[in-house]
Design a binder for this molecule. Structure first.
Ligand SMILES: *Cc1c(COP(=O)(O)O)cnc(C)c1O
Length: 384
C-alpha cells in the first residue's frame, strides 16, 4: 500500500460537480478579475472568521506583505516572529525592508515562547507576527496582552490555521490583521495560489485593498507603490464551494489526529503533538507533527539522524511523510548575510532535526490510518 502525505484529488468525488459548475459560471460571465464572485467569497470568509472585513489577494505571502505595508512597517523596524515556520513568514518581513527578530520556540507546541517575547522587544519593534504553526492556535489572550502593554501591532500568520479557534474564536480575528493562504495543501485550498487578510479595522482593509491593486484608490489614480495581488474569480468560485465544508474537514482531521494520539502516545521515543486543554480551543490539524527523539549514540554512529532513518523506514513500507521544516529560517542561506550561526536558537534547531509530519487529510480512510500506525509500531517493536 502507498499512503501519500496528503491528497488533493480525493476531494473530487465530493465536490467535483459543484466545482465544475462554479468554474464554468465564471467562464460564462467573462469576469475573471474582481466582481460578485470575489465579493461573495470575501463576505463569506469575513463571516467565517468573524471579522468585519476580508480582502482577497494572490497568496498567503502577499497577505503578510500587504499587512506589513498597511501598518507602515519597513526600513528600520523590527518584527518579532518565529524561525520555525515556512520561509515566507520572515521573507515577508525582510521584503518590506524590516528586520525579523527570531524568538525561540516552546518545544511543547512549537509556537513562539511567550516568556521570551518581551525580552526581544527594542525601541524599534513595531509588531509581533505569531504563527499558528501546523494549525495549533497561539494563546492569543497572553499575546494580545503583551502587544497592548508594549504598544505593538499584531499580524497573525494563519496560513496553516483556517478552521483553528482560540477559546471559541477563530484565529485571524485577534490581531490587527490575520493573514491566510489558500495554497492547495492548506486546510482551505484553492486550485492554485490565493490568500486573504482579515481585519476589523476599516482603514486597514481599505489600505490593503488599494495596495493590492497598484496603490490605486480610484481608477488610474496611484497614491502608493503597491502590488498586483488579487484573488482570481476562478479561485474565489472554487473557494465558495469549499468554504462551507471547512469545519467538517477540520473535524475529520481532528478524528485522525485523535486516533494517532491514542495509538502512538505510549511509544517511548516518539513525542506526539500537544493538544489544547481548553475545550473551545480548536487545533486545525493542517499537519500532524511528531518528533523522533534520538539517543545521541545512534546519531553519532550513523549517517543522518534518527528521524531521517525513521522516515526512510516508513517510506519502505509505502508511508510517505514530509519534514516541516528541516532547516530553521535563520539558518537558511538567504539569511546568512545577517550573521546567524548554528546554536543561535538551540530549541528551534533541535526540533527541526526531529520533526516529521505523518499523513493527514480529511478523506484518509481508516485502513490508511491504521496502516500508518501499524508500521510505526512495527518499526519501534524492532528495537528502532
Ligand atoms: C503557506 C504558508 C505561507 C505562505 O502562503 P502562500 O500562499 O504559499 O504564499 C506563510 N506562512 C506559513 C506559516 C505558511 O504555511
Amino acid at each position: 500500500m502507498q499512503i501519500p502525505p496528503f491528497s488533493l484529488s480525493d476531494q473530487i468525488s465530493e465536490i467535483g460537480e459543484e466545482v465544475e459548475e462554479a468554474v464554468i459560471k465564471v467562464f460564462r460571465s467573462g469576469k475573471y478579475i474582481g466582481g460578485e464572485i470575489v465579493n461573495n467569497f470575501e463576505e463569506a470568509f469575513a463571516s467565517e472568521i468573524q471579522t468585519s472585513f476580508a480582502v482577497g489577494c494572490n497568496s498567503g505571502t502577499d497577505a503578510l506583505i500587504l499587512a506589513l505595508r498597511a501598518l507602515n512597517i519597513g526600513e528600520g523596524d523590527e518584527v518579532i516572529t518565529s524561525s520555525f515556520s515556512f520561509f515566507a513568514t520572515a521573507e515577508a518581513i525582510t521584503s518590506v525592508g524590516a528586520k525579523p527578530v527570531f524568538v525561540e520556540i516552546d518545544p511543547e507546541n512549537y509556537l513562539l515562547d511567550l516568556k521570551l517575547i518581551e525580552k526581544a522587544i527594542t525601541p524599534n519593534t513595531k509588531a509581533i507576527m505569531p504563527v499558528h504553526l501546523f494549525g495549533y492556535p497561539f494563546d492569543m489572550d497572553q499575546l494580545m496582552e503583551i502587544a497592548r502593554r508594549n504598544c505593538l501591532k499584531v499580524i497573525e500568520d494563519c496560513a496553516q490555521a483556517a478552521g483553528a479557534k482560540w477559546k471559541g474564536k477563530a484565529v485571524g480575528s485577534f490581531g490587527d490583521i490575520g493573514c491566510f493562504s489558500f495554497f492547495p495543501t492548506k486546510n482551505l485550498g484553492a486550485a492554485g495560489d490565493g490568500g486573504a487578510i482579515t481585519t476589523d479595522n476599516c482603514d486597514l482593509a481599505r489600505s490593503i485593498r488599494e495596495l493590492a491593486i497598484h496603490g490605486m484608490p480610484k481608477r488610474y489614480l496611484h497614491t502608493k507603490f503597491g502590488y498586483n495581488s488579487r484573488l482570481d474569480s476562478i479561485q474565489a468560485a472554487i473557494l465558495n464551494v469549499k468554504l462551507p465544508r471547512l469545519s467538517k474537514w477540520v473535524s475529520k482531521r481532528k478524528e485522525i489526529a485523535n486516533y494517532y494520539i491514542d495509538e502512538l502516545g505510549y511509544i517511548e521515543g516518539i513525542k506526539i503533538p500537544s493538544i489544547a486543554s481548553d475545550i473551545d480551543t480548536c487545533h486545525s490539524w493542517n499537519q500532524f507533527v511528531i518528533r523522533i527523539l534520538d539517543d545521541d549514540k545512534l546519531v553519532s554512529d550513523v549517517k543522518g539522524n534518527k528521524r531521517d532513518l525513521f522516515k526512510l523506514e516508513l517510506q519502505r513500507y509505502g508511508v510517505n511523510t514530509i519534514i516541516y521544516y528541516p532547516i530553521p529560517i535563520h539558518l537558511q542561506p538567504a539569511y546568512q548575510k545577517f550573521g546567524y550561526v548554528e546554536g543561535y536558537l538551540p530549541v528551534t534547531e533541535k526540533v527541526c532535526n526531529q520533526v516529521l509530519s505523518l499523513p493527514i487529510f480529511p478523506e484518509m480512510t481508516f485502513i490508511q490510518q491504521s496502516y500508518v500506525v501499524d508500521k510505526i509500531k512495527n518499526i519501534y517493536a524492532n528495537n528502532f
